[in-house]
Write a protein that binds this ligand. Structure first.
Ligand SMILES: [Zn+2]
Length: 297
């Protein structure tokens, strides 16, 4: 299985348009030891031909253009795509806005929980994906229920404690199942190798940790280095990297797993390749995802 990180930054990207933090300023001043990153986006393929997107970021158009394996094939006519489907982990704008960039009438299959689908279909913008019969085809996914596709992978959504995006109206929330507003994904190759993708991770329960310990690779929420990096309200839903309760400590004993941080906020000091925080993380066996990173299972 080939996994490609098309974007490794959290919402806002790096640099973020309105931000003067050390990292964003360093990039604008063309300083070395830091790379720009687009907003979080993953693609994977079990057979090298059919590609699946995980989420659809606001940077999707550029991310697809930068990735030849997902370009259309001129020998297959004017309109075609190797993108077989989009698997959504939440209805957050940073994870779904890119769907609106895929509305040029090529059929697309969207995998989402009933909650995520209901949120999107209640929004008139997303009706642009249904202007032709069969333009978008929805497959409902559920935490803990695996599904397989013929190109040779199995995907199991993992329940993640999460909240509704702030644009969901209060009266709509009452009718929704909050337990499937956010999921992580466990992807398994035909050979039985597993990778987990958790762009939002508020805590690590013992059952989640035992699931992740069956993986060869984990791609984990690296939004913030510490809880005080941004005001508390912004860091909700994202376990920080550092600290006694942080993800670095939570996975300290998982030496056999390849561990990679992704969904990294532009303020996070690990983005500076020469920072003390980056060194601490690398000493603990972690890597930092970047746009274009390829992982083979
Ligand atoms: Zn910044």
């Amino acid at each position: 299985m080939r996994i490609r990180v098309l974007g490794a930054a959290a919402g806002g990207g790096l640099p973020q348009w309105n931000c003067t933090c050390t990292n964003c300023s360093a990039l604008r001043n063309r300083q070395p030891h830091i790379q720009s990153r687009t907003q979080s986006q993953l693609a994977f393929s079990a057979d090298g031909e059919a590609w699946y997107l995980v989420n659809a970021s606001p940077d999707l158009r550029e991310q697809l253009n930068q990735t030849p394996v997902v370009h259309p094939d001129p020998s297959k006519g004017l309109r075609n795509t190797p993108v077989e489907g989009v698997i959504l982990t939440s209805a957050d704008l940073d994870h779904v806005l890119g769907l609106l960039l895929m509305r040029e009438f090529t059929p697309v299959r969207i995998y989402a929980t009933e909650t995520v689908r209901s949120i999107l279909q209640a929004n008139s913008f997303f009706q642009m994906l249904d202007r032709l019969p069969g333009q978008s085809r929805w497959t409902t996914i559920e935490p803990g229920i695996s599904f397989s596709e013929k190109s040779g992978f199995t995907c199991t959504p993992i329940a993640i404690p999460g909240s509704f995006p702030s644009y969901v109206a209060e009266e709509h929330r009452i009718a929704l199942d909050g337990d499937s507003a956010v999921v992580g994904l466990l992807l398994e190759s035909a050979q039985g190798k597993r990778i987990a993708y958790l762009p939002a991770l508020p805590s690590v329960s013992s059952s989640l940790k035992s699931t992740l310990s069956t993986c060869s690779v984990i791609l984990v929420d690296g939004t913030f280095w510490s809880d005080d990096e941004l005001q508390r309200i912004h860091s909700m839903g994202h376990l920080s990297i550092s600290g006694p309760e942080g993800s670095l400590a939570a996975f300290r004993d998982c030496a056999d797993i390849r561990k990679i941080y992704t969904h990294i906020n532009n303020t996070n000091p690990i983005l500076n390749e020469q920072s003390r925080e980056r060194q601490l993380l690398e000493d603990a066996g972690w890597e930092v995802a970047y746009d274009g990173m390829e992982i083979t299972l």
